[in-house]
Every structure is written in C-alpha cells, then in structure tokens.
Design a protein around this ligand. Sequence first.
Ligand code: ATP
Ligand code: MG
Length: 431
Amino acid sequence: MGIIQALRGTRDILPEEVGYWQWVESVARDILNVAAYQEIRTPIFELTALFERGIGEATDVVGKEMYTFNSRGENPYSITLRPEGTAGVVRSYIENHLDVKGGIQRLWYMGPMFRYEAPQAGRQRQFHQLGVEVLGSADSRADAELIAIATDILQTLGLKNLHLYINSVGSPEDRQSYRQALVDYLTPYKEELDPDSQVRLERNPLRILDSKDKRTQAIVEDAPSIVNYLGTESRRYFEQVKARLTDLGIAYELNPRLVRGLDYYTHLAFEIVSDDLGAQATVCGGGRYDGLVAELGGPSTPAVGWAMGLERLIILLQQLQQPPAKTLDFYVVSRGEAAESQALKLATQLRRIGFSVELDLSGSAFKKQFARADKSGAVACLILGDEEAANQTVKLKWMATKEQNAIAQVELLAKTDELRRQLDTAGSYKL
Ligand code: ATP
Ligand code: MG
C-alpha cells in the first residue's frame, strides 16, 4: 500500500518553519491593533455567485482558477472555496449591516485561499493571505493609511528591495473612455496578441496591460496611457494620495500599466513588488473598489483594501536568514522515580509563574538527556537525580557558561524576579 501524500499545490507548514509564520502573524496583528483595525473571520466557502459577481466573470480567477463543487442535499447549489478575501468580507459587511453598526469599518483577515493554478515557487493552490479593508471612507487618507500599514509590516519584518508601484484607474466613466481607446489601439494587432489577450480584448481589455507574454508586452508598450483619460476629479484624488504618501515618507513609483481589470475598481491601484522573488514577485496588491459593495447588493459604499501573499513573505524572510527569536528558559532532565515526579511538578510550577519549560520525557540516560538539552536552545538546564530528589533540591546549569550550582526547589520558585533577570542576561537563543 502506498503512502498518501499532500495534494499538488498544497504543503505542510512544519514546526521548524512555523516560527516564521507566527512571527509574521504577530507583527501584522500588533501593527493592525495599534491602527484600530479589527479582525473578521468569514467562511472558507461561499456561494459561487458571490465570487462571480464580486471578482468578475471575465477574470482569470473566476474563469479558470476556482475550486467549485455542488452542495449535497435535494436542491444542490454551487459552492466555491474562497480564492480571495474581499468578496466574503463585503458580503458579511452587507449581511450584518456593519455600515449601520459602526460607521467606517477597518477590517483585517488572515487565512487560506484556494486557486487552481500551476504550482511553482511562490504559487500554490492553497496559499495564505493577510488582507485589510476600509469600508465607508472615500477619503484619500484611508488609501495612504492602508499603504503605510503594509509598508510598516514589511519594514518591521526587515524586508528590503521592495518597490511600491501606484496608478490611478480613474472613475468608471474615465475607464469607459480609456477602455474604448485601448480597444481601438489593440484591435489592428489582434492576431499578434497571445490567445488569452485576444479573448480579453472583448471581455476585459484592461487586463491585457498585465499580460506576461513578450510579444503582447511589446505591443502594449505604445498603447494609450490611462493617465491621459483621467477626469479632473480623478486627477485631484490621485494627486492627494501621492501627496499623503510623500508626507508619510513613503517612496513610490508610478506605473500607468498597473490596472486591476475589474469594473468596480476605481482610482487607486497599487502593488508592492520584491526584487528577490523571481517570477512571482508581487507580495501585496490592492486598491480602491468604490463600486463593489453596491455591486453585491449593499448600499453604495466607498472602500479600499489590499491583500498580501504570506508564502512569498516567508520565502523572503528565509532568504534573509532572518529567523524569529525563540526562547526557552529551562530544559528539565531527570532520572529515577522520585526525581522524575518532582521534575514534572517543578516544570508545571515554573510554567505557572511564567517561565517556558521543556520537560524531557525520555527516561533515558543523563548523557542523552543532556545532549537534547544542548539542542533545545534553553538558556538553562535543571537537573534532578536521586540525590536532588532526596534533598528537594535541583541543579541549575547555565548552558552558555556551563556553570552550575545546587539550589532548593522552594528557593528556585520563590526567586522569580531574580531568576527572570538572570535568564534575560544569559541571552535569548535563536532558532
Ligand atoms: P499573481 O499575479 O501573482 O497571480 P494576483 O494578481 O493573482 O497575483 P491577488 O489576487 O492580487 O494576486 O492576490 C494578492 C497577493 O496574493 C498576490 O500579490 C500574491 O502575493 C498572493 N497570491 C496570489 N495568488 C497566489 C498563489 N496562487 N500562491 C501564493 N500566493 C498567491
Ligand atoms: Mg493570479
């Protein structure tokens, strides 16, 4: 009988790697907390119609990347594993009347997303996104605040060689006239475009600007630029966003080809791209979607958001060899029946007063237990043998200096502050 393996495009996040994930998650949580964003958790599957309407049928995601299946029961309906987070958040916002309950909503989410794509480095079928959405504000400060949060998260993680690209896709009217100009320009080249772009020419021409095909890119090079189709109000808005970014000391580059090909996107579109990721280089993408809430049947509500691909962030952190700090205060070794039960008790008591403690459960020879203590990364080792058990003492050995001394167990438990100080000065250990 063969072994069952994880599905293509999915992977396990093993304990040796999970420290990176927990680090990213806690940095993001802290930064979002201090900016008064609240977490929202929506279901991992939704009605297929939500994504068809919310993402747009002419997009790659809806057209060919969704995991869709029928529900069970008498009247089966179509269900899809969420390929992104915004549609579900907006559905929830409408369904739960969050607009009425709290005015402007600042929300964030984190979790797995599912897309049927060709797996490669930085591209999986189950991947994870951190996303934020601000619903109910048409103020350019919301756009700038969101971008600042994204850059703060990336900077706090120590990531470098990142570029922020921004563009304006204007109002729906601006886009309509730009769309026409683009179609007029591209139609004579139709036969030379890649097959995907030929289809998009009718259904979603702005998306052609995004094509990865070399020949299409060369044609697009001379296409009209959206910048020249922005109305006065759109220009003013975009200038405001740029001024606010400059005010905040956030560097950006303009990229007039950066579009998000959906009808409900308006004004700001942006991406944060890394130099160190090869082909899958975009770590964060976002923009304004003033039309989406209404499109999904809610009250007309301006909104802006972004999503970050966590796998790509973690690849970057691993490249930088920037491991999260792991601390273990004590590794407890013991041998002999009395010593072993005292060790369990001591470990439990130390944990209750806030120390991190790993208890060796092997029952093997001291030598083997010491070898594991060395590997554990603990700052100090606590040793209990027959003699210590008889005297209710414990040997405390500092791993860095190998110094050791015996101390009464009650004394160890009583000298909490002193112990904490000593552990801290002995230094934390890196994974
Ligand atoms: P790409 O051009 O890389 O396919 P996208 O435009 O489809 O990206 P979005 O839908 O904007 O991506 O999602 C935001 C972020 O989520 C991306 O910038 C990327 O970091 C991450 N992401 C998207 N798809 C995947 C995937 N299949 N595997 C891993 N990360 C992904
Ligand atoms: Mg994609």
